[in-house]
Design a protein around this ligand. Structure first.
Ligand code: T5A
Length: 226
């Protein structure tokens, strides 16, 4: 009996960069190729973490400070990993996660000005060894991302806790994500998200392909169109 290899792929980037769109496209391609795929997201993805998601994105935790928010993101991440991600990977599933630890590094660490030492310790405890095999950083100017996010929102929807921040803050986050791709080039790949959805999907498939072992798949490849 061969043991299927689980994989852990995370999608990162600014608001409206196209992460959800591309995760679903990639999931469809991988499923057509016979892989077991789990699509999940942060903050959230498990019962406990979804409860914390509401507290964070509604802004209810904002008044308690960025340190408290960072700890809530970490608590949600720990629950998500132990309840959902680690068991799925152990079963040979390809887990695609919309945001993960790099969002904490950027949003709370970099633009939240929390001390690197504190952030590193929090990350180590939260992820408990569950490092992504690959992180795709969808990169585009913050202004375009915000426009896309606003266009998608329903007319009377209010921006969440993080969307409402200054454009200059979102630009700093873009730079911080790009720094990650330079600091950890083996794990983090930059994807030009200004391109059409189809072109971005193809670039993502090219980045993911080396991780895949189609002998793990249940059926032969049928379609390669992302
Ligand atoms: N956060 C999260 C932290 O601060 N710390 C953390 O540790 C974590 C995990 C999560 C918030 O929490 C913060 C970061 C975030 O602010 P969220 O609601 O989950 O918030 O939102 P986001 O992850 O930011 O996701 P968005 O929904 O804003 O954006 P996506 O998923 O990147 O974009 P998507 O796919 O929904 O696309 C947006 C629009 O653009 C169009 C789509 O059709 C859609 O309308 N689009 C394109 N248009 C043109 N060309 C393309 N190539 C396009 N691709 C998509």
């Amino acid at each position: 009996m061969t043991i299927k290899k689980g994989r852990f792929i995370t999608f990162e980037g600014g608001e409206g960069a196209g992460k959800s769109t591309q995760i679903h496209r990639l999931a469809n391609v991988l499923r057509r190729r016979g892989h077991d795929v789990l699509v999940t997201r942060e903050p959230g993805g498990s019962l406990g973490a979804e409860a914390v998601r509401h507290v964070l994105l509604s802004g209810a935790a904002e008044e308690f400070g960025v340190r408290m928010e960072a700890m809530l993101f970490a608590a949600a991440r720990s629950d998500h990993i132990e309840e959902v991600i680690r068991p799925a990977i152990a079963e040979g599933t390809i887990v695609l996660c919309d945001r993960f630890m790099d969002s904490s590094r950027v949003y709370q660490g970099m633009t939240g000005n929390l001390e690197p030492h504190f952030m590193r310790n929090l990350e180590r405890i939260a992820i408990n060894g569950m490092m992504p095999d690959l992180t795709l950083v969808l990169d585009l100017p913050a202004e375009i991302g915000m426009q896309r996010a606003r266009a998608r929102q329903q007319k009377d929807a209010v921006p969440d806790r993080f969307e409402k921040e200054e454009l200059s803050t979102h630009e700093k986050r873009r730079e911080a994500f790009l720094d990650l791709t330079r600091d950890e080039p083996d794990r983090c790949k930059r994807i030009d998200a200004t391109q059409s959805e189809d072109t971005v999907a193809l670039a993502i498939l090219v980045a993911v392909e080396p991780l895949l072992d189609d002998s793990d798949a249940a059926e032969p490849a049928q379609s390669r169109n992302p």
